[in-house]
Design a protein around this ligand. Structure first.
Ligand SMILES: Cc1cc2nc3c(=O)[nH]c(=O)nc-3n(C[C@H](O)[C@H](O)[C@H](O)COP(=O)(O)OP(=O)(O)OC[C@H]3O[C@@H](n4cnc5c(N)ncnc54)[C@H](O)[C@@H]3O)c2cc1C
Length: 376
């Protein structure tokens, strides 16, 4: 059976199937190396505070999705090779599947920076539901705990765990969320998280060694922990695409139709790089899925992005921001108080983004309406 073949059963894979199904009943095969169950990954970083199990996140099992969306789903099959001339993919379990159109929706994997020296067991990382299951109760049983990283995911895990136990927050960024918000907002967040039993440790993470306990060396100081949760970014999975001769930068390079440089091969989601930018969050994935579904159904549709906002899942210390990925800007602080901070990002004297926290966070819904499109 030929038709559209999608590799990956994350939000990208499933949102794309749903969009295609709203247009046509073309045969679709979805191949995934995991269980293939449908869940929304963002919920991974607020399970602890809500006393939820990873299983409770599953909205539908793969078999239910297959039936509901009339799609063939091959689970526990890692795609290991692709013949672009014969338009065929090969899995590690011996499945051979032909395609008329192929979509990479293979996501990204946790980063273990080369600058950090690792020794012994590696810290825990959480990027999929199976990672939580592997974790078992190890976080519950740890009396000393650290989260590494102050990006979006690290910050959310710090908040989530801090509702239950005290912990160290170790990061090399100059301030929390430094890629997205100005110093004053990062500082406000850091200060307010201390009230939840979080001890921030800022410095260069040099090494992480495990020998019964973890020893983390940060700017020449050593700290010991029973357990560490590491969130040092996600690297798009590009190896398979590279092997096929597809242009890759940080991610799998696509044009505004999500086309790679190989005929009939597309990419979307956390693995894709559009005009030099990889966007690893849900809002762009929804837009890509809609446009790509139309393109795959022979009605080419280019991706355009409106201004998109990120609300950090730290509701008791609220932070939201909108930072355009294709425009450089300069932050200007509008207000900075103990109760919160409000800042605008300017480019060529035009307001192109914002960051708000605390008492100013409630302005976010109005602010996002004033922002120019990211990509039109
Ligand atoms: C803890 C956490 C919290 C987050 N919170 C938010 C949030 O609040 N808001 C927000 O907008 N975004 C959030 N994100 C980001 C968002 O969840 C991701 O951008 C999105 O889920 C990525 O979906 P994806 O389908 O592109 O990739 P993935 O979900 O990584 O899916 C990739 C799929 O490809 C499969 N695969 C990979 N290689 C192969 C292969 N060779 N063969 C077969 N299958 C393969 C995998 O098994 C998987 O099924 C969060 C991310 C994390 C980790």
């Amino acid at each position: 059976m030929t038709g559209i073949v999608i590799i990956g059963s994350g939000l990208s894979g499933y949102l794309l199937v749903k969009e295609i199904r709203s247009l046509t009943d073309v045969p679709i095969t979805l191949i995934t190396q995991n269980e293939g169950d449908y869940y929304t990954k963002p919920a991974l970083s607020h399970l602890i505070r809500h006393n939820k199990s990873p299983q409770s996140m599953i909205m539908k099992y793969a078999s239910e999705m297959a039936k509901e969306l009339n799609v063939r789903i091959l689970t526990h099959q890692q795609v290991v090779d692709i013949d672009v001339n014969a338009q065929t993919v090969f899995s590690d379990q011996g499945e051979v599947v032909s395609y008329t159109k192929l979509v990479f929706a293979i996501g990204a994997r946790p980063n273990f920076p080369a600058k950090i020296q690792y020794q012994g067991r590696r810290p825990l990382v959480i990027n999929q539901i199976e990672d939580w299951e592997k974790l078992g109760g190890s976080l519950d049983h740890s009396s000393s705990l650290a989260v590494l990283g102050a990006g979006l995911v690290g910050t959310e895990f710090v908040y989530d765990i801090s509702g239950k136990k005290s912990l160290d927050w170790v990061f090399s960024e100059p301030w929390p969320l430094a890629r997205f918000v100005p110093y004053q907002v990062g500082q406000w967040l850091k200060t307010n998280l201390k009230a939840f039993g979080v001890r921030p440790i800022q410095g260069l993470i040099q090494s992480i060694a495990h020998d019964g306990k973890f020893t983390v060396k940060v700017s020449d100081q050593s700290y010991q922990y029973d357990e560490i949760l590491q969130a040092l970014g996600l690297i798009p999975c590009i190896e398979l695409a590279k092997k096929m001769g597809i242009d890759c930068g940080q991610g799998i390079c696509v044009d505004r139709y999500m086309r790679t440089n190989q005929p009939n091969v597309f990419a979307m989601g956390d693995c894709a790089e559009l005009q030099g930018v990889v966007l690893q969050y849900v809002a762009p994935i929804r837009i890509q899925a809609k446009a790509l579904a139309s393109t795959l159904c022979d009605q080419p549709s280019a991706v355009s992005y409106p201004a998109m906002m990120c609300t950090v899942k730290t509701p008791l210390v609220p932070v939201a921001f909108c930072v355009p990925p294709y425009t450089k800007g300069v932050w200007q602080i509008q207000a900075c108080k103990d109760s919160g901070v409000k800042a605008y990002l300017y480019s060529n004297e035009q307001r192109v983004g914002f960051a708000v926290c605390g008492s100013y966070a409630k302005e976010r819904a109005n602010l996002i309406r004033e922002m120019p499109d990211f990509l039109h």
